[in-house]
Design a protein around this ligand. Structure first.
Ligand code: HAM
Length: 428
């Protein structure tokens, strides 16, 4: 026998039972995005490698170790997107979206690719949905962004199991001041730091704050706080964000050690985490990126956004408030006698056209096996068709829940089932 081809390490098959959860989540996302007046954008799955090198940052883990890059026939280096902020900003600049309106509020959903070490909640192909608001420098835009994700959590009924961690990395002036303060503090202890943190001491000392190495954690505990280095404008912005979050009753924890793994952030940064997950506990991350549009060749336009990992969010939903993903079918047609089988396609087609979700057997199985299949598919009704029924143009329509059975003409079946289902949903 030929070998079976296995899927690539760190990627998932989303099978129909799970896909039903995805569809419920996607319906929630679309509803909330509409309420918040965000328009959907669908940028390409691959971009020029340069976009991520310039956008996300050469020294970040994502760009330096995790990208799936390849050369195309023309020799250009292309990369499967590891995230979508850079792609959205590229698209915003290239399509002159600023001309349509001074604030562009955009959302997206799709697969991302990072060559990380796979573990629970961390994959090499994973899905994100996210939102970006490009155009406003003001704190009310930060708060709307956070409220948007919070509204999705609320719809899913999991706000209690999630923590919002927030911090500010300020503007360039504040960050430069903090960088020096942190380096001055760490310098005498340089040799005690982990190897990774020693390497980051010059290139990106702020990342030392979120090191997982115990010796780094110990040192960082008493390090100066970035909050203390914010200049007046940055501190004001941050204070206003926190005060509006209080007004909106969105609980948060100020986390002085929160930094993000992408280079583009300025001012407000935040993550939503959940203890229902293991080590990979972040279900959403984001922040302001006031310099990115300019750095990628656009005008000097401020922006803020976040992205959330769908697989991780669904792990939390599954642990806290599992969705009902039992299959449901309005009607299953059970045919008795092989000569009648060829009549099934037309009958189910007509009922489907009239709005029923409807199925019939194509394996020519026994009545018992067809009833079992109807049950497996969660059919609300079965229509039984024998020779006598066929000659009279009727079926025996059986309500699976109540056990009631009645004789119904072919052209009345869909109406009868739909009426009964709508009465039932009104009662519940
Ligand atoms: P990020 O923190 O790299 O930010 O990713 C956002 C979320 O994607 C994470 O909180 C996590 O839920 C999910 N995620 C990341 N990597 C993986 C993985 N390997 N497997 C499963 N899930 C993962 C960004 O991507 C930024 N673009 C967010 C942003 C938008 N900032 C501003 N606008």
């Amino acid at each position: 026998m030929p070998d079976k081809v296995q899927r690539v390490k760190g990627v998932n098959d989303i099978l129909p039972v799970e896909a039903r959860q995805w569809q419920v989540l996607e319906a929630v996302i679309q509803k909330v995005m509409n309420r918040y007046a965000y328009g959907e954008i669908r940028p390409p799955i691959f971009e020029k490698t340069e976009l991520f090198a310039r956008g996300v940052g050469e020294d970040t883990d994502i760009v330096s170790k995790e990208m799936y890059s390849f050369s195309d026939l023309g020799g250009s280096s292309l990369t499967l997107r590891p995230e979508l902020t850079a792609g959205v900003v590229r698209s915003y600049i290239q399509n002159n979206l600023q001309q349509i309106s001074p604030v562009q509020k955009l959302w997206y959903e799709g697969p991302m690719f990072r060559q990380e070490r796979p573990q629970k909640g961390r994959y090499r192909q994973f899905w994100q949905f996210g939102a970006e608001a490009i155009g406003s420098p003001n704190p009310e835009q930060d708060v709307e962004m956070i409220a948007l994700f919070y509204a999705i959590l609320k719809e899913l009924g999991i706000t209690d199991s999630v923590t919002l961690k927030i911090n500010s990395v300020g503007d360039t002036e504040s960050r430069t001041a903090y960088r020096s303060a942190l380096q001055d503090y760490l310098k005498p202890h340089l040799s005690e730091l982990s190897e990774t943190s020693q390497a980051r001491f010059e290139s990106n000392p702020l990342r030392i704050l979120d090191s997982k190495a115990p010796q780094d954690k110990e040192l960082v505990k008493d390090a100066p706080k970035i909050r203390e280095c914010l200049n007046e404008a940055s501190a004001n912005h941050y204070d206003q964000v926190l005060s509006m979050l209080k007004d909106l009753k969105i609980p948060y924890t100020q986390d002085d050690l929160l930094v993000r793994g992408l280079d583009y952030y300025t001012h407000t940064i935040f993550e939503f985490t959940s203890d229902a997950l293991g080590a990979q506990d972040a279900i959403c991350g984001g922040g302001r990126y006031n310099d990115l549009v300019k750095e990628l060749g656009g005008n000097d336009v401020p922006a803020i956004g976040w992205a959330s990992g769908i697989e991780r969010l669904l792990l939390v939903v599954e642990a806290i408030k599992p969705m009902n993903t039992d299959p449901v079918l309005d009607l299953y047609l059970v045919v008795l006698g092989d000569e009648l089988r060829i009549k099934a396609p037309q009958l189910v087609r007509d009922w489907r056209d009239q709005g029923l979700s409807c199925d019939a057997d194509a394996l020519r199985r026994s009545m018992k096996a067809q009833m079992r299949e109807a049950n497996r598919q969660g059919a609300r009704f079965v229509a039984i068709l024998g020779e006598d029924e066929f000659s009279q143009g009727v079926v025996q329509l059986k309500n699976f829940e109540s056990g009631e059975q009645e004789t119904v003409a072919f052209d009345q079946v869909a109406k009868t089932v739909l009426n009964s289902l709508s009465e039932r949903s009104e009662e519940s």
